[in-house]
Design a protein around this ligand. Structure first.
Ligand code: SAM
Length: 242
């Protein structure tokens, strides 16, 4: 194993939320992903994280934390995939699922799509779209078993973007960095209105020994169909969040 691979597995295994999620066989692809992203990032500005240790903890291991909530064989959509997190980590570590990475910024989805091809990930596809437009497209609406969104916005806002895409019985996984008590309170009405129910709020820390991050995943189960009028368009969502 390379030093990178050893460090990556060590960091994942020293955190309860990500323990045993990275297998030795998957580590070379994750190393390739990190090297490629840092290289491309010199010109494309995909992420503010520009060092290997930062990518290991803040992108790769952090992205792993959603994996236990994704059922075997699931059809997953990652809204606001940015530089490919968690899309590409899901694609590498969960060959049993398909994942669609979505972002409104063309250069980001083009990068994620070409990186998926470079890594041979035939379970990853991308779409240059806005989530609220996808949610009103009848072929995509309520068609995913799980929808993820990491660092995309406040809970009430991202619930309107993501929950309409989730099948009844599926779940929306909101990956948040800050304490979410206030956000949860603020989003209570939106979650109910959109057909969801908070199933679990999992708070945990992630550390590599020198840095510690506080993280929360809010698991919102889709219990009934979303009313037709949601999601609203971008300007209505921004002007009058639910
Ligand atoms: N998920 C990635 C991560 O954790 O590294 C990127 C997070 S970045 C802070 C938020 C991303 O969400 C941006 O790339 C932005 O373009 C995208 N985004 C925001 N609103 C969106 C929308 N309505 N539809 C699609 N993408 C959106």
């Amino acid at each position: 194993m390379t030093d990178f691979e050893k460090k990556l597995i060590l960091v994942a295994n020293q955190n309860e939320a990500t323990e045993h999620l990275i297998k030795e066989d998957d580590a070379p692809k994750l190393e390739q992903l990190c090297a490629h992203m840092l290289e491309v990032n010199k010109t494309l500005n995909l992420t503010a994280i520009r060092d290997e240790d930062g990518v290991i903890l803040k992108h790769i291991v952090d992205s792993c934390a959603c994996l236990p909530f994704i059922e075997k064989g699931a059809k997953v959509c990652d809204i606001g995939c940015g530089g490919g997190f968690p899309t590409l980590v899901i694609g590498i570590l969960r060959r049993d699922v398909s994942v669609l990475g979505v972002d409104s910024v063309t250069k980001k989805v083009n990068y994620v799509g070409s990186t998926a091809s470079l890594l041979g990930l035939d379970n990853v596809s991308v779409s240059n779209a806005r989530a609220e437009e996808m949610g009103q497209n009848s072929s995509l609406r309520e068609s995913f078993d799980a929808v993820t969104a990491r660092a995309v916005g406040r809970l009430n806002l991202i619930t309107e973007l993501c929950l309409p895409l989730v099948k009844v019985g599926g779940c929306f996984l909101a990956m948040k960095s800050l304490s979410t008590d206030e956000e949860l309170k603020e989003a209570e009405r939106a979650i109910e209105l959109l057909g969801g129910c908070v199933e679990q709020v999992k708070s945990y820390t992630l550390t590599d020994g020198s840095e510690t991050l506080e993280r929360t995943i809010v698991v919102i189960k889709k219990v009934k169909p979303t009313p037709k009028m949601y999601p609203r368009n971008n300007s209505q969502i921004a002007k009058k969040p639910l």
